[in-house]
Every structure is written in structure tokens, then in C-alpha cells.
Design a protein around this ligand. Structure first.
Ligand SMILES: Nc1ncnc2c1ncn2[C@@H]1O[C@H](COP(=O)(O)OP(=O)(O)OP(=O)(O)O)[C@@H](O)[C@H]1O
Ligand SMILES: [Mg+2]
Length: 358
């Protein structure tokens, strides 16, 4: 057994024993990357073993380098990668087992029909997910773009702590691989519109997918649901119309036993709408999303307050930085926009907010 700096290497035999021969009963589910099994290790730990599909072309060294890069990444809201197995043509990833299901199940599956899913739990999940994305986008070098943020990739612990799974997988498997191309395309309903036109995905695409996820948490609706009337099939389009027409109080999930106050609901809606801005450059950074979700104020008021503070430095939005110190040109370490860009965008936000003020 080889110990790595961050985790360990598992033998195929060991994982075979842990999952009872990868039997059907141990199978948790199947996604675009492979099949996931629940396993029990001799030390008493419970793990999720992901047997990656189509691994034969993956160069051994490259696989190890990438897995080790992902394995070193630690955050309370990311599923921990414990180690991996690379034997003959098999490539498996071993994760900590997260025991309270995934968000897809809580919103649309069996749990949604049988158990309460309160507003506070939903917002805790949204905040945890936003914090993990902030970490992946803003604290790591090179940054990690998830590329497949969606409800089934958000796992949930008993206290509603969210854990993002499958981060780094798109990179690990290499985007030139055909089976990955479908994964890189993300999941229908969550993909940012610029991907369709440019074929390029960056962290701003994750922000878009997060916005869709937040809308899903608020409304309990699927991102795309053909069983609904034509104007309601696409969740993003429907919600924007509802908010613009001042019907935001009608959009909360009817299954919520206790409805959020109009103000709290409005705040979540405004954050979600900003995240799905069709112009990727106008979407907030994930660090900003965390601040907006944590703040008591409504997001557009925050923007307004910031603008008032900035305007003390000058009259035009282009002159609001302190005159003695030039504005930095790159993103600041705390993830906030640089001053010049922040100012330009602010004007646009303000116009936008007018439309969505409720
Ligand atoms: N660490 C884990 N702990 C518990 N369950 C897990 C874990 N990782 C994955 N699962 C579960 O295994 C199932 C299959 O996951 P998988 O990631 O293969 O598919 P997916 O999330 O539906 O799609 P995608 O391939 O886009 O990620 C899901 O139900 C998921 O909740
Ligand atoms: Mg997954």
C-alpha cells in the first residue's frame, strides 16, 4: 500500500473486497464519468468508489499528477478525495462517503416526496456550494472550474452541509477525450449560454450554473421541465419574467411548510438572477455571491451603497478610485472586482436592478 502526500493508493483487490465485488447491491448510481459504489474498508471507514469509464487511453503519469492535484484540495464544502486506484486498465477514485443523499433527490426525488426540505436548509446548501466554488475559483492556483454544477453533484450531510462532488474531473479526464466532451458540455438546463456560441467555458460558466441551482432551491422546479406550460418549461426564463412582473412572492416552492419572508425571498431571487446574466462579464464572482447571500441587505441596495461610497471620490463612475492610488488592474486577492471594472459594471447593474426591483 503506497501512502501519498495527501491520501493513498488502493489496490484493485482492496476495493473489490470493500464493494463486495462491485456488486449491484453496492452500486449507488451512475453518471457521465462512471459507476459509483459504496464500499466498507477494514478500518471501518465508508467510501464511495467511482469506477471511471473509458480509461484505457489515459496516460498513467498524467492521471496520477492530476489526481494528486485534486487530492490536495481541501474544503469543508468539497467532497474529499481519499485516494485512487490505477491498476491495468482500471482507474478508480475513492471518496469519503456523504450520507444524506444528493440535492437532486432532495428537490425532485424520493426524499422530496417523503421529507420536509425547509428554506433554511436550502439556503445553507446554497451558501456552502457558493463557498466551495469561491475556493475553487479564487483561492487555488491554477483555479479549478467545475464545469458540471448541478443538483446531483451537490451532496448533502445530515446537518445540511453541502459538499460539491466531481470537481476537477473534467480536467482529470482531459477535454479531448470523446466521452468527456459530453461531460464538458455540462448538463442541459445548467449550461451558460456563451458556451453554445463560443465553445469556451470558464469559471463564469460555473456562476451561471450556480444561479440555476439557486433558482431550483427557491422554486423546487427542474431547470427544464417539459411537463409544464410552454412559458414555464425553462426555469431561468420563467423566473425572470415572474420577478420582472412583480410576482416574486408566487415563485417559492409550494412544498415549503414555512415560506421565507418576502424580503428574504427577494434577496435570494436577485442573487440568482444576477448569476444567470446572459453577459458572462456582468455575472458576480462567487466570492461576491457569498457576501450577498450572507448580507442582510438586498443585493441591489448593497451595490447602491457601494456606489455612493465610491462617488465621494469623483462624479463619474470612471473616477471613483482614490486619486492618489491607481486602481489595480487584476482581480484582488479577496476575489472582488478591480475598481475600474467594478465601476463600469455598477452602472449596468443599476439599470438591471430597475427591471427586477420588486
Ligand atoms: N462521495 C459520495 N458519497 C455518496 N454518494 C455519492 C458520492 N459520490 C457520488 N455519489 C452518488 O453516486 C451517484 C452517481 O454519481 P455520479 O457522479 O456518477 O453521477 P451524477 O452526479 O448523476 O452525474 P455526473 O456524472 O454529471 O456527476 C449519485 O447519486 C451521487 O449522489
Ligand atoms: Mg456526480
Amino acid at each position: 500500500m503506497v501512502q501519498l502526500g495527501w491520501g493513498r493508493w488502493y489496490s484493485l483487490k482492496e476495493l473489490d473486497l470493500a464493494t463486495n465485488g462491485f456488486c449491484e447491491d453496492s452500486k449507488i448510481g451512475e453518471g457521465g464519468y462512471g459507476v459509483v459504489f459504496k464500499g466498507f474498508l477494514p478500518d471501518g471507514s465508508v467510501v464511495a468508489v467511482k469506477n471511471l469509464l473509458n480509461n484505457t487511453g489515459q496516460a498513467e503519469k498524467e492521471f496520477r499528477v492530476e489526481v494528486e492535484a485534486i487530492g490536495k484540495v481541501r474544503h469543508k464544502n468539497l467532497v474529499r478525495l481519499l485516494g485512487y486506484c490505477a491498476e491495468s486498465c482500471y482507474r478508480m477514485l475513492v471518496y469519503e462517503y456523504v450520507d444524506n443523499g444528493n440535492l437532486e433527490d432532495w428537490l425532485h426525488g424520493f426524499s422530496s416526496q417523503t421529507q420536509a426540505f425547509p428554506w433554511e436548509a436550502r439556503m445553507k446548501i446554497a451558501l456552502g456550494t457558493a463557498k466551495a466554488l469561491t475556493y475553487l475559483h479564487e483561492a487555488l492556483e491554477p483555479k479549478v472550474v467545475h464545469r458540471d454544477i448541478k443538483a446531483s453533484n451537490i451532496l448533502v450531510e445530515g446537518d445540511w452541509n453541502a459538499k460539491i462532488s466531481d470537481f476537477g474531473l473534467a480536467k482529470l479526464l482531459g477535454s479531448e477525450k470523446s466521452h468527456v466532451t459530453t461531460r464538458v458540455m455540462g448538463t442541459f438546463g445548467y449550461v451558460a449560454p456563451e458556451y453554445a456560441s463560443t465553445g469556451l467555458l470558464n469559471e463564469r460558466s460555473d456562476v451561471y450554473s450556480f444561479g440555476v441551482l439557486l433558482m431550483e432551491l427557491i422554486t423546487g422546479r427542474d431547470p427544464v421541465d417539459y411537463s409544464r406550460p410552454p412559458g414555464e418549461v425553462n426555469l431561468v426564463d420563467w423566473l425572470k419574467v415572474m420577478v420582472a412582473n412583480r410576482h416574486s412572492e408566487d415563485v417559492a416552492d409550494p412544498r415549503l411548510h414555512v415560506k421565507p419572508t418576502p424580503r428574504i425571498l427577494k434577496k435570494a431571487l436577485l442573487v440568482a438572477i444576477r448569476c444567470v446574466d446572459p453577459d458572462s462579464l456582468r455575472r458576480p464572482k462567487m466570492g461576491h455571491v457569498v457576501h450577498m447571500l450572507e448580507a442582510d441587505e438586498l443585493p441591489y441596495r448593497q451595490e447602491k451603497a457601494q456606489s455612493e461610497k465610491r462617488s465621494t471620490f469623483g462624479n463619474s463612475p470612471h473616477h471613483h478610485q482614490a486619486p492618489t492610488k491607481p486602481a489595480p488592474l487584476s482581480r484582488r486577492a479577496d476575489g472582488k472586482e478591480n475598481e475600474v471594472n467594478g465601476g463600469d459594471k455598477h452602472a449596468i447593474y443599476k439599470q438591471n436592478w430597475k427591471k427586477y426591483e420588486v
